[in-house]
Design a protein around this ligand. Sequence first.
Ligand code: DGI
Ligand code: FE
Ligand code: FE
Ligand code: FE
Length: 187
Amino acid sequence: MKLHKIREEVKKELSNDRYEHTIRVYETAIELATLYDESVEKVSLAALLHDYAKCQTDRELKDNIEKHDLPRQLLHYNKELWHGPVAAMIAKKTFRITDVDTINAIYYHTTGREQMSNVELIVFVSDYIEPGRQFPGVEEVRQLAKVDLKKAARKVLQNTIIFLLKKDATIYPDTFLAYNELTNNLK
Ligand code: DGI
Ligand code: FE
Ligand code: FE
Ligand code: FE
């Protein structure tokens, strides 16, 4: 499917605000791909589809996880984590995307994971720094993203873990694993 067609499908599936966020992630991801000499095609597809399942109900997401053999473990963690793996499944099955890097960037865009590729790091960081975001600390991540993708991703993970701890939420293991790996990387 051509990119403009995928864009139309995404627009149909999402709320206006979510679609506009998606387009800002897409634009940010293309800037970073250009800066780091990564595949614009991969990050474009992954960014356009990363939140494709975001407007599904909890019921639909849960059914999709069960029906499509996604990790049951997800169901024991925050519901906000469910949409990434479900979107990755739809990207494969409906949009016929076969590139593993693109699929992983969609799958892990919320949690992160160990050994993220540059394409994954770009989508992960772009989701956090797109110009519509106003998290505390986002400006620091925007500056880091211009010089070091891994340091930027580490800061996103650190901010997110602190945010989750402060509200007594659980933290998905992949998030800790990604944070630990990127922190060891600095030494
Ligand atoms: O879908 P978006 O709003 O664009 O952003 P996202 O998919 O990165 O994240 C959705 C939310 O999930 C984010 O505010 C933090 C929250 N969250 C809940 N549990 C976890 C988590 N994020 C991480 N990294 N790990 C968790 O265990
Ligand atoms: Fe998301
Ligand atoms: Fe994110
Ligand atoms: Fe997003």
